[in-house]
Design a protein around this ligand. Structure first.
Ligand SMILES: Nc1ncnc2c1ncn2[C@@H]1O[C@H](COP(=O)(O)OP(=O)(O)OP(=O)(O)O)[C@@H](O)[C@H]1O
Ligand SMILES: O=C(O)[C@H](O)CO
Length: 494
């Protein structure tokens, strides 16, 4: 038994939808889109106009900031006096860096496995020294993207890096979410939570931010170094109490979390700062939608806030697939289906008010037999209990497969599902994500692979690697950007 040519071509179509999404959030493209330059003046997102024929400085921290810096350098390189960026280990080798760029910039590579290290400390020290000396007339660009928290590390007075790492590690293992982790990071840092912006005063400070957090909260992304910290003073203590970590943490950490925060800073302290969100999960979803539209699909963006346990979200997508297949192929009263749709929609963090629009779309697809493409995004989590190898996207698709296998979705429709990380790396694996389609369960059975066993062992990578020699894997290599994950569910009339 083999994957059919028709299925392969549907998978390839979705591959292109994914590519359109990722291309739209490539850091260089986004910087170019945000900054317009002419006659020594930059216009940023059509909102701010600034003369750049003065000393411009650039700093950056995060997984995507090298490509951002390269693009800024292309636009206003002649005005840039100096740049310092902190990026993950191994990223620089993926780019060809012009000599004039290397002459202006100091590049630090570090934070292996997203853990701050000596390199992040050194980079941060250099950034602090540089920006503390800026003058009123200077201009500072701050490039921010996911992973920035670990790459910008400056423990608060009296704390060691090890004490800070231990705290974040314990919290992370206890299941704290990114908001909680970064609230604690802000308390334990000399530079996060708006404190970088205080240091750059009075120089005009422009932050270009690529979001990797659901809802795009600027104060959370990379722990908001240029954004006023609105956390309550006792937040750190509340969080460690919630996870019952009080007696496992170093005394100095607890003391630091108990100290008053900087949240009493007033807005004027930030009057020299302009924060711009230049890209997000929604930007990727919109590009995917535009591409799918062009190629003849009826389309809908379900939500850019899909989160929760990957296994559970995969199951909800399977329910959605079954429900839409029924709604597309049945002509009778759909009242009962609407109730089911609103329950599934809620579980997938889709705005309940959107259900009527979805129902109308399905009806129009049914009437004119048009193919339908549903697009979602966000970031799920996996509580890893098994011994296997996988990532949140592959686990979600495997869970979808297990659930859809229970009963065939439709005789009249081909249904294909993809979930993949926009960074091209799903968990500690070589894949970005995986596809599922109806024939897959039978193909797995024919090969003697039991999807349920692999799911129970968190072994989604090995399942998709073995199934049909990896034909259902999406393997792209690192994309150099990261706006979380995207999910594409397509219905094709046979
Ligand atoms: N065997 C496994 N099966 C499924 N998921 C896994 C497995 N092992 C690790 N993971 C998940 O992979 C995630 C870590 O991978 P990854 O580096 O892609 O995420 P991340 O560090 O949150 O980065 P990013 O937000 O940049 O994608 C963790 O959330 C973890 O739960
Ligand atoms: O660096 C971080 O804090 C996370 O990637 C969220 O932005």
């Amino acid at each position: 038994m083999f994957i059919s040519r028709e299925t392969m071509s549907l998978i390839n179509e979705i591959r292109l939808i994914y590519k359109a999404a990722v291309d739209a959030v490539r850091p260089g493209f986004l910087v170019n889109q945000a900054i317009n330059y002419s006659d020594n003046v930059v216009h940023i997102q059509g909102e701010l106009e600034l003369a750049v024929d003065r000393n411009c400085h650039v700093i950056g921290f995060g997984k995507a900031v090298l490509a951002m810096a390269l693009q800024i350098d292309k636009i206003i390189g002649q005005h840039i006096v100096k740049g310092v960026i902190s990026i993950p280990h191994g990223v620089a080798a993926q780019y060809s860096l012009p000599d004039q760029f290397l002459n202006r910039y100091t590049i630090y590579e570090g934070a292996v496995d997203n853990i701050p290290d000596e390199s992040s400390l050194k980079a941060t020290k250099e950034i602090e020294n540089m920006i503390a000396n800026l003058k009123n007339d200077d201009l500072l660009f701050v490039l921010v993207s996911g992973g920035g928290s670990a790459l910008l590390a400056s423990p608060a007075e009296g704390l060691s890096l090890d004490e800070k790492k231990k705290t974040i590690n314990l919290l992370s293992k206890s299941g704290a979410n990114i908001q909680e982790l970064n609230s604690v990071r802000k308390k334990l840092s000399r530079i996060k939570g708006g404190k970088l912006a205080q240091l750059s005063y009075p120089a005009t400070t422009i932050a270009l931010i690529l979001s990797d957090v659901i809802g795009d909260p600027l104060d959370v992304i990379a722990s908001g170094p240029t954004v006023k910290n609105k956390d309550p003073a006792n937040i750190g203590l509340d969080i460690i109490q919630k996870y019952q970590l009080g007696n496992q943490l170093p005394t100095r950490v607890v003391e630091c979390l108990s100290s008053p925060t900087t949240s009493n800073l007033d807005d004027t302290t930030f009057s020299h700062v302009h924060n711009f969100l230049i890209g997000s999960n929604l930007s990727a979803l919109q590009a995917a939608e535009a591409y799918a539209n062009q190629t003849g699909f009826t389309t809908a963006i379900l939500s850019d806030r899909i989160n929760g346990e990957a296994k559970e979200i995969g199951l909800q997508f399977a329910r959605l697939a079954r429900l839409f297949a029924q709604m597309m192929t049945m002509s009778n009263d759909q009242h009962e289906k609407m109730e089911e749709l609103s329950v599934t929609a809620e579980n997938l963090h889709i705005d309940p008010r959107y259900c009527c629009t979805l129902e109308r779309l399905v009806r129009s697809c049914r009437n004119v037999r048009k193919n339908l493409c549903l697009i979602g995004g966000g970031e799920t989590t996996v509580s890893v209990r098994g011994e296997g190898l996988g990532g949140r996207n592959q686990e979600m698709v495997l869970s979808y497969l297990v659930e859809t296998a229970v009963e065939a979705c439709s005789d009249e429709l081909d249904i294909v599902f993809l979930s993949a990380g926009t960074d091209g790396i799903d968990g500690p694996t070589a894949a970005a994500g995986a596809f599922s389609c109806q024939s897959q369960f039978a193909l797995a059975q024919a090969q003697g692979l039991n999807p349920r066993t692999y799911l129970d062992n968190n072994d989604s990578y090995n399942f998709f690697n073995l199934l049909q020699q990896g034909k259902y894997h999406l393997i792209t290599g690192p994309s150099g950007t990261n706006v979380m994950d995207i999910h594409v569910l397509c219905f094709y009339w046979k």
